[in-house]
Design a protein around this ligand. Sequence first.
Ligand code: DAK
Length: 257
Amino acid sequence: MEYEILNVAFQDNIVIVTINRPKALNALNARFFQEMDDVVSNVTNKPEIKVMIITGEGKAFVAGADIAEMVDKNSAEGSEFSRIGQHTFRSLEKLKIPVIAAINGFALGGGLELAMGCDFRIASTKAKFGQPEVSLGLIPGYAGTQRLSRLVGMGDALFLLMSAEMIGADDALRIGLVQKVFEPEVLMEEVMKIAQTLASKGPQAVKKVKAVTRQGYLMDFDKGSELEAIQFGSLFGNESEGEEGMMAFLAKRKPNW
Ligand code: DAK
């Protein structure tokens, strides 16, 4: 597929996806979702890729769903539009490798929902966050109502959702919406360092820890713990990744994954 909106660059075993529609502050339209689904399916078929980074071109990460494209929709079309986006963002959570949001600027509405579909969020000091949908007479449609409360707790989630207030990177860090904040000039450099660190770890272990944590979060505690025990065990044994990692530690050498 030829991409009109996404720039997809491969650097060693890391894929960097840049949303490149800066004139509309990278607002998410139907084409974006088609392209993102295509990227996810390509990355799924490339076992050598170990980390995905999503970022935005210009002064926004993403300023929301494309209001111009949404304005004429009827109720059924609105629900369908919602399901398409929900599916795409869920596919980032289901992707086996880690997905990092590098938030360079505005992450509003659907943009914050996209960032929340990533495994964690690294922001520039210039980033701004918010769910302004109620200002438009809407509510989030890409599972933002579900993810925000899970990430930051009910009080902060309801405050952001009901007030439509925009917060800066420091507040986002304080409530746990982002994990780290860097100056804009070094954001991508620092995100690449984090991605390289993840890529250097046991590849099966990184995938399994994502799957077990994400699946377990939606399960009863004891069932999640049992899932952990099964996956923990799967990393042991002859020629397993765990065996190599532990042998390397004891021999004071780097593991050869
Ligand atoms: N959609 C379309 N175009 C947008 C946009 C958006 N979300 N945000 C900005 N733009 C466009 C502007 O219209 C403007 O276009 P031109 O006038 O140059 O043609 C251009 O980007 C630059 O924007 P500004 O001139 O406004 O730039 P400023 O720096 O002055 O302001 C801003 C930046 C981010 C504060 C401002 O642009 C702004 O308030 N933007 C809207 C933010 C917003 O409300 N975002 C939430 C969108 S609603 C659902 C599914 C999904 C959703 C809801 C329901 N279902 C299917 C049920 C999700 C909803 C949303 O995300």
